[in-house]
Design a protein around this ligand. Sequence first.
Ligand SMILES: [Fe+2]
Length: 324
Amino acid sequence: MLVTVQGIFGVLGFKGMILNGWTDEHTARFQKDMFKVKHSLNETGLFTDDALADLLDKHPKDQLDVCARDDHPVFEFKFRTGDVRDVDGKTLIQAAKNGSIWMNLRQAMNIHPEYMTVLNQMYGELSQLTGQKPFNARGGILISSPTAKVPFHFDATETILWHVRGHKRMYLYPETEEFLPDVEYEALMFNQTEDYLPYNKQMDEAATCFDLRDGEMMTWPLNAPHRVENMSYCVSVTTEYSTRESSLKNAAMYANAVLRQRYGMEPDWRSASFPEKLLKAGLGKVLRKVGVLDDIQVQDWVSFTVDETAPDFIRDITPFRRGF
Ligand SMILES: [Fe+2]
């Protein structure tokens, strides 16, 4: 049965539904399986090049990451960070289209009221359609060059990719110890930035590949590892939200990290019973509050700026520690 609640929500200048063709089958598979659904974010007018250039001009620079690929001999996907504090939005959009950069406007869907209205509609519809209680979602906007790739990683909260424009290819992998080792999961619980997983090409034999075109959103089971290739200039919205399940697991994984690192134990998430997981989650919450494990802050160095006269729009600058 096709569910329609058209007209219940509605944002300024956009009165239709954002999610299109969501059925009871999608509700049954939501958060358990991987699938695509059509959406209408393109019709809000907030994701055109002109709108995004204006957004870049007003978005706080400490919430904007501009990255370029580093030709690192060992870590294929190492990123460099750029300083674009005095580069205007139009030039940044040109750099994404014709150069080789990747931009993440962190929390853009929450910071700017017109985008927040849309985010509320996206999750309002999702809540209505799935019958789940309202989600407290955070959302960023990704603007990527055709050469940009997102390395193999997992997300510790429920994540949805609302692809808006362009051709994006997404590879999803099984959520097993082989692809997502407990040790790597635990590391993310006290390491704030470097969250990439070990990867080799042979892993692709177990991957499921999805091609995303204009107006397709993609959802997958909690923590399923994935990587992304941009096949063209791409604009996407990425949203995340915590659930009882993800909060419980993250707290338990913090406890497991302490047990492994401080007491030499070898905890195993997947074989643990539910009562053990609950107990570990309670323990993890306390340990995290006390701060038993020190957060490892990976230092971010800035080494380029965006310049339309430079090759790929990237001009090297004397590296300095990011302080913005
Ligand atoms: Fe992700």
